[in-house]
Write a protein that binds this ligand. Structure first.
Ligand SMILES: [Zn+2]
Length: 65
């Protein structure tokens, strides 16, 4: 299985889209927990890092280094 690589400010797609209809989330905080913000409505959620890695589908846009 492919290892998921993600970093701060990446835009990611989750396995489940947000109820607002958008499935693009920006990683705004990285730590033991990951905070992601919905690009559609601005709602943000905090998820444990290992849980986030499971729920994330792919990185849509890599942040500029
Ligand atoms: Zn949303």
């Amino acid at each position: 299985m492919e290892r998921k690589i993600f970093d701060l400010n990446d835009i990611v797609e989750m396995k489940k889209q947000h109820p607002c209809g958008t499935n693009a989330w920006k990683i705004i905080r990285m730590g033991a927990d990951v905070r992601i913000k919905c690009e559609g409505c601005g709602h943000s959620v905090m998820i444990k890092r290992n849980e986030f890695a499971k729920k994330m589908k792919k990185v849509l846009v890599r942040a500029e280094p």
